[in-house]
Design a binder for this molecule. Sequence first.
Ligand SMILES: [Zn+2]
Length: 272
Amino acid sequence: MAFGVIGELPRMLSFLTRRRRDRLRATPFPDAWRAVVARHVPYIRRLTSEERTELEGHVQVLLAEKSFEGCGGLQLQDVHRVTIAAHAALLLLGRSSDYFPHLHSILVYPDEYVVDEPRELDGGIMEEGPESYAGHTQRNLGALVLSWRDVLDGVRDPADGSNVIFHEFAHQLDFEDGGDDGTPLHDDVAAARRFASVVREEYARLRRDVRRRRDTLLDPYGAEDPVEFLAVAAEAFFELPLELRSEHSELYRALSDYFHQDPAAAEESART
Ligand SMILES: [Zn+2]
């Protein structure tokens, strides 16, 4: 397996890109947007004021660089764009990033949307017929699709381990190195290797637990494949950091190293 590393990223980005992003990050953040973040991004209560400022800067870049589109009759407003961008920005705090470089468009439906295409079930059997989705993205698609109703469901309970925005944007982080293998771009090869080895073990553990019908902290959907595993692990990391740290300490540490964040410690100090 080849591991992409992030060490060269800041120098690889062109001078113009860096200058444009610096300007965007320095643009004053409108009060109306701050109100949206306070209302629809409950995780920010764990952030320091420096982290909130950083998050707002990332939101400015994402809103300027990505195309947001309403679908299925949804008229997009700031509440949609800012909520989605602020969740995505949370995944970028504290580290070098190229802002989901393979992602160009974010499509938002009012509710679950129906896709009618053949799907492969276990054992290679193909299934046909419509299926509804809360969100979707894939490598080489350049787009990420979300159901707004499911976004709001995720936000309403920020500690149930489920958040479709984190899930889909975690897939985009996985794609950042050009692959989709459950190992995103890391600071260096050693860190990527450590991460891949923890994910391999934890993925096997989840598959075992699901097969034995045990209750799991991680969404059983993560047992599908390593790509889905990474996405549900990211959801748990931000939604259930304390539980993840105590029940899956190695996985928590690997995610904490990758995201450069320690939401369990931040959650503990936010509570005291
Ligand atoms: Zn997924």
